[in-house]
Design a protein around this ligand. Structure first.
Ligand code: PMV
Length: 336
């Protein structure tokens, strides 16, 4: 029987940007994110005879996945098989509920869903900590946070960058929303993976790592106390700093587009008019407008003219198994 897992994307308030150890894929700093609920990846896994198959599901049908993506999936499957001590081929069918590779953490949700579905399919028992570490080893570090719901800190131990993510606060603690202004839904020119590699070439990177602990502390306190004004200030500082590191990397990386700046200006004006809202961006042009749930209508109305689409999301519960499997392709390998 196939196994399907659904895992959410997440949006970081304090970003993972840069690596402490490139080979091990461990981050240079602790990050803190909010797990989303509607932006999800769904991944169906079954065992098959013959070589692994990787399919991309879109518009109701599956087609062979892009070869670069498929190779990354198979590499991760090898890691999961070694962990579970099994030797079986698998068919992977995966899809996203939102634009792929546009700075909405599609690799985080995708690899979190794949890790959970594949391990469940081969009956490997894993706790959330082990799941987080295995998801991180996919190469998408932020996948380590997508295996948990609510507000998530990763790595949990500031002294051990290889440690798992942990729930900092449950989603029930504070009902925050994320109004995502999609200013450009196309794939980005440079992957976040490349951005992590280049981060340490910025002359400002070392100073960022030194100062980040204090900002993380402010975000933790603001979340605990549900203090939106303090959260907003720290989150925007962090957004600008991450982009500053990217733009001063060698060679430089610029993820923002003209539309990004238009939306950022709109959010500033909205906040000046009394609406509690702040902005953050990832390795892409789209803007995440964070606000308490009751400000969503005002925020979405203000941003809709300046972007292609608005996606309204909110803090979510984390991944789950599902009985709604993605349809099998018409001419797959034989089921085991
Ligand atoms: O998980 P990766 O390798 O795609 O990197 C994520 C990087 C950011 O989204 C920019 C920041 C973050 O912490 O999510």
């Amino acid at each position: 029987m196939p196994v399907t897992a659904v895992a959410p994307a997440n949006i970081a308030f304090i970003k993972y940007w840069g690596l402490a150890d490139r080979a091990l894929g461990v981050p240079a700093n602790q990050s803190l994110s909010m797990t989303l609920s509607r932006c999800v990846s769904r991944c169906t896994v079954d065992t098959i005879k013959g070589p692994d198959e990787v399919w991309w599901h879109e518009d109701g049908r599956a087609r062979p996945a892009d070869p670069v993506f498929a190779a990354r999936v198979v590499e991760h499957l090898d890691r999961l098989r070694a962990f579970a001590e099994v030797d079986v081929s698998m068919r992977i069918i995966t899809t996203n509920s939102f634009p792929t590779a546009a700075g909405i953490a599609s690799s985080a949700s995708g690899f979190a869903a794949l890790t959970l579905a594949a391990l469940t399919r081969v009956d490997a028992a894993v706790d959330p900590g082990r799941l987080s570490i295995l998801a991180r080893k996919s190469g998408s570090g932020s996948a380590a946070r997508s295996v948990l719901g609510g507000y998530v800190l990763w790595p949990e131990d500031s002294e051990d960058p290889a440690s798992a993510a942990t729930t900092f606060l449950p989603r029930e603690h504070w009902a925050l929303s994320d109004v995502i202004a999609v200013v450009d839904s196309g794939p980005k020119a440079t992957s976040s993976r490349e951005g992590h590699f280049r981060a340490s070439t910025s002359p400002h990177f070392g100073r960022r790592v030194e100062l980040l602990g204090e900002r993380l502390q402010r975000v933790r306190t603001a979340l605990r106390e549900r203090d939106f004004a303090t959260l907003a200030e720290a989150v925007e500082e962090e957004m600008y700093e991450m982009q500053a590191i990217a733009t001063t990397s060698r060679p430089p990386l610029r993820y923002w587009r003209p539309g990004t700046l238009r939306v950022l200006e709109r959010i500033e004006a909205l906040r000046a008019s009394g609406v509690p809202v702040c902005a953050t961006t990832d390795a892409g042009p789209n803007v995440h407008a964070l606000c308490p749930d009751d400000a969503v209508t005002a925020v979405a109305a203000a941003l809709s003219d300046d972007c292609e689409t608005i996606i309204i999301d909110k803090v979510g519960a984390g991944p789950a198994l599902s009985s709604e499997h993605l349809g099998m392709p018409t001419s797959p390998g034989t089921n085991d």
